[in-house]
Design a protein around this ligand. Structure first.
Ligand code: MLT
Length: 269
């Protein structure tokens, strides 16, 4: 059963979803992609194995979690996660993130690596934005200002989903669009700035001396298989899983294959 929780931490409301036993031996915390929310982890929340717990927060400015008021930074997500871990009494946990969530995993590795037993990097990359990507962020900021989150959904949904999903599972495109449109324009704008200004995390990979699972959809056009392969090669203890017929949102597009890679890896830690 998936439970929805919300509390005030540091003066701001934080919402998260969780499943599995509160005293489970292993806790996996999932950080979501841009511009979605914790609900994108429903397949993984619903399939949690015995002895494991899954916690999936809405990141600041998304869903039911209030944003910070200062200049936005990807590090905000790491500080919020540290506060939530403290609130939940999580001393050691496995941290996973998909795309933007992966950028937040790198931010947490900079902040408090001693809490981490392992990391899952799904459909993400370690590099910073190129000049061209930064120009694209400005276009996206202009789009939110002119057309709101619906404009962002028009632009992003075809990129987030692989060609197979777009052909075979149009219902998922509607579901992803609804999740995007539930967010506020302000929260989405502030996270575009977080994405644009994030640092290059590539040099962190070799120092991440903990087990890492790298997952990527073979049809991922945003963070392609080559990015996943190069992260896996640079990480000291990595396992790479390439999921057939899945795009960028591989956990939603191929949940069975995603879980077949995830749960045996997690329960063996
Ligand atoms: C995401 O899926 O979180 C975003 O596509 C990441 C990005 O745009 O860099």
């Amino acid at each position: 059963m998936v439970r929805e929780r919300s509390t005030v931490i540091g003066g701001r409301t934080t919402r998260w979803l969780e499943s599995g036993g509160a005293n489970a031996a292993r806790t996996l915390v999932w950080l979501h992609a841009f511009p979605l929310g914790a609900d994108m982890w429903q397949p993984q929340l619903q399939s949690v194995p015995e002895g494991c717990r899954v916690v999936a927060p809405d990141l600041a400015g998304f869903g039911g979690t209030a944003d910070h008021s200062g200049r936005p930074s990807i590090d905000d997500f790491a500080h919020d996660l540290d506060d939530l871990a403290h609130h939940l009494g999580l001393r050691h946990f496995v941290l996973g993130g998909l795309s933007m969530g992966g950028y937040a995993v790198f931010a947490y590795l900079r902040l408090n690596p001693s809490r981490l037993k392992g990391i899952v990097l799904a459909d993400t990359k370690s590099g910073a934005d190129t000049t061209q990507a930064r120009d694209g962020r400005q276009k996206m900021l202009d789009l939110v200002a002119s057309k709101g989150v619906a404009g962002v959904a028009d632009e992003m949904v075809p990129k987030l989903l692989g060609v197979t999903t777009q052909r075979a599972n149009p219902g998922l495109a509607l579901q992803v669009r609804a999740t995007i449109e539930a967010n506020s324009a302000e929260g989405v704008s502030r996270s575009i700035q977080r994405l644009r200004d994030r640092p290059d995390a590539t040099s962190q990979l070799a120092r991440a001396a903990i087990p890492a699972l790298v997952i990527v959809g073979e049809e991922d056009g945003i963070t392609p298989v080559a990015e996943a392969r190069s992260m896996a090669n640079a990480l000291p203890e990595a396992t790479l899983a390439v999921l057939p017929r899945a795009g960028h949102l591989s956990n939603l597009e191929a949940p069975d294959a995603f879980q077949a890679a995830l749960w045996p890896w997690l329960t063996a830690l």
